[in-house]
Design a protein around this ligand. Structure first.
Ligand SMILES: [Fe+2]
Length: 287
């Protein structure tokens, strides 16, 4: 299956003319997003995808959903790492939560897909960079996980975690009929501090800092997921939830760690082994 749309046709470019650098609509959009991101690290562009763009992306994902990978690791801490016996049992590193969602990996979303066409469209990265006040953004070079579809079948969930990348955008292709809510805790940690006490509170059921987002199919969500703990709650409907995730980086050539990619997506490439030898990473946080 292939899309015959151009990148510009995949989105609602009339309403959101992101490729038109002189458009006042583009400038307005950017300042609205900047205000929302400054508030809590999250912003949404309603109906960003065109009707046909959404349909193509959904069909692409549905055609590949039987190839989705489910991690063998069914319980994870929020860092996707190992526990630590020297720490108390309720320390966040020792709290393992069920994680049952699957991923349609980037290698399956071939060159002719609408998802890939949009991801590689330079005006998108330029627009995102402007929204974030960064000089430039690059696509995440990880060949397995740079652009993936999160598949939540009925009964599945994607429990509390942080993202490896500082910056991710998602596009909801199909919401759950019930449940499957995106929830987040804005800026729960910093590059210098894991803030374990605050993480522990969330994991023990304190909902006071949690925000739940209302998303519809075709919406684009900006999210600073490296510092904001987040989850997708259990899909309690009787049909799948599908979410396209695109990651970008400030430096070119960044890819995921060998072990994390293998754990999450079930496959790695030579690039991951090479990366293990020469790590290009932005910070020293645990995951
Ligand atoms: Fe995430």
């Amino acid at each position: 299956m292939m899309s015959d749309l151009t990148a510009q046709q995949i989105i609602d470019h009339q309403r959101y003319p992101i490729a038109d650098l002189n458009s006042p609509l583009r400038a307005d959009l950017i300042s609205n997003i900047q205000a929302d991101l400054a508030k809590d690290g999250c912003a949404v562009i309603k109906n960003f995808l065109s009707e046909q763009g959404l349909q193509d992306m959904l069909n692409e994902a549905l055609a590949r959903k039987d190839q989705a990978y489910y991690s063998a690791k069914k319980h994870c801490n929020v860092y996707l790492g190992d526990g630590d016996d020297s720490l108390p049992a309720d320390h966040p590193r020792n709290v393992f939560l069920p994680r049952t969602n699957g991923f349609i990996t980037a290698d399956l979303l071939t060159e002719d897909t609408a998802a890939r066409i949009l991801y590689h469209w330079q005006p998108l990265a330029a627009f995102l960079a402007d929204c974030l006040g960064k000089p430039e953004l690059f696509i995440y070079e990880d060949p397995v996980s740079n652009m993936i579809v999160n598949l939540g079948k009925p009964g599945q969930q994607f429990n509390w975690h942080y993202d490896t990348n500082e910056f991710t955008i998602t596009m909801l292709l199909k919401p759950a009929l019930s449940g499957g809510h995106f929830e987040y805790v804005p800026n729960l940690r910093t590059p210098q501090d894991e803030c374990y006490d605050e993480v522990r509170k969330v994991l023990s059921g304190d909902r006071s800092r949690i925000t739940r987002l209302e998303l519809n199919a075709g919406d684009l969500q900006f999210f600073l997921g490296r510092f904001s703990l987040h989850q997708v709650t259990e899909n309690t409907g009787d049909d799948d939830r599908l979410l396209l995730i695109m990651s970008f980086t400030e430096k070119p050539g960044v890819i995921g760690s060998l072990y994390r990619v293998k754990d999450l997506y079930g496959k790695v490439t030579d690039a991951h082994y090479e990366n293990e030898r020469q790590r290009v990473r932005a910070d020293e946080l645990l995951d």
